[in-house]
Design a protein around this ligand. Structure first.
Ligand code: PMP
Length: 364
């Protein structure tokens, strides 16, 4: 078997041992004589997996009984609506920090449901509206008494990430789709965290929503049932059929993260991987150009440009010939993006860095 060196932005590389374990159990899950795809979500075998996933995620984040983990479908994009529907009461304002395309989508979606304030926007007019950084604390203009403040911890497309988070008085809500479990964070500083699984957590299909109990008690009623956090929490994410297979895989990924030293271990490993790539970019600064400000650089999505689009295309196709895939930047911004989520092996990153050195020497 030849395994691709997958730098895709999501769905993305999963740990090989997780895939192998899944393959070994594929036709007979937990001695049931059925695949995990075939068993009831109300049966004891699936139930053990469901609870295991919730318990491990809370443990990894250092959270106790004052937080609830929901595991739902619909992707992170559905949470763009669910968050304001639950938390933005009539007469209140929600603050949004816009630092990239996904943050902007969350901001726009919230406008469908109530009063929303753009508390910071880091689009750089002099760079064609590109997002090259996260806001400085003094740039965040929070609304006194806001229902919540929403931010995107890692900007998957722009390649930027908060090194430290703002600390508003209002409850802090974060879309952590592309960096949850990728580094240590103080999860208790957040009232709500959500993330689509398909980057660091598992396959597409499941989304986790981690919510502080006290906020759960203040959610609005009269909203669609499947978006109503208290309903989902009361049923322990079994109000309807959950995305069982994606949850089963997430539980395995969480176990794998624990075995790698938890979020501290992942954080060290990801920082080293990022340093290898940014090192290669900076050593060839006349050839590669990193558009993101140094203090906002992401350890998950390393974005860079080459001197021309023709060279970028050549870079992507020559890398592909060496089994390195998923490197093309997002269609909205172009360039190159190497996504180096938890499942991306350090050896793959070393291979990419050597390729970058060679390519720069050849074409620089
Ligand atoms: N937020 C961020 C930060 C993302 O990177 C993505 C997907 N790449 C989304 C939200 C949307 O996620 P989904 O496709 O699960 O709706």
């Amino acid at each position: 078997m030849k395994r691709a060196l997958n730098f895709g932005p999501g769905p993305s590389a999963l740990p090989l041992s997780v895939l192998q374990e899944t393959a070994a159990e594929w036709l007979d899950f937990a001695g049931t004589g059925m695949s995990v795809l075939e068993v009831s979500h109300r049966g004891p075998d699936y139930d053990a997996v469901h609870r295991d996933a919730q318990t491990r995620l809370k443990r990894l984040l250092g959270l106790g009984d004052d937080y609830t983990v929901l595991m739902v479908g619909g992707g992170a994009s559905t949470q763009f609506a669910a968050v304001p529907l639950n938390l933005l009461h009539p007469g209140q304002t929600a603050d949004y920090l816009v630092t990239g395309s996904w943050a902007k989508k969350a901001y726009k979606e919230a406008q469908l449901f109530g009063t929303v304030n753009l508390a910071a926007d880091t689009a750089d007019a002099s760079a064609g509206g590109a997002y090259c950084r996260v806001p400085r604390p003094e740039e965040c203009l929070f609304t006194p008494g806001a229902a919540y403040v929403h931010l995107t911890s890692n900007n998957t497309i722009a390649g930027s990430q908060y090194a430290a988070f703002p600390q508003p008085a209002a409850p802090l809500v974060a879309d952590m789709s592309s960096d949850l479990l990728g580094r240590p964070i103080d999860a208790r500083a957040f009232a709500l965290i959500y993330a689509g699984a398909q980057k660091n957590l598992g396959p597409a299909g499941a989304t986790v929503v981690i919510i502080r109990q006290e906020l759960l008690e203040r959610c609005r009623s009269g909203i669609p049932t499947m978006l109503h956090y208290p309903t989902l929490a009361k049923a322990e994410s079994l109000h309807n059929t959950p995305p069982c297979f994606a949850i089963y895989l997430m539980a395995k990924v969480f176990k794998w993260v624990e075995a790698q030293g938890g979020v501290e271990g992942m954080g060290r490993r990801n920082q080293q991987k990022a340093d290898v790539l940014y090192g290669a970019i900076d050593r060839h600064a006349g050839f590669y150009r990193a558009p993101v400000d140094k203090d906002s650089r992401s350890t998950m999505n390393v974005v860079f440009r080459l001197p021309s689009e023709a060279l970028e295309q050549r870079f992507v196709s020559e890398a592909k010939a060496q089994a390195m895939v998923g490197l093309k930047g997002h269609r909205s911004v172009g360039g190159i993006r190497a996504s180096i989520y938890n499942g991306v092996e350090p050896a793959w990153v070393e291979a990419l860095a050597s390729f970058m050195e060679q390519f720069a020497r050849q074409h620089g």
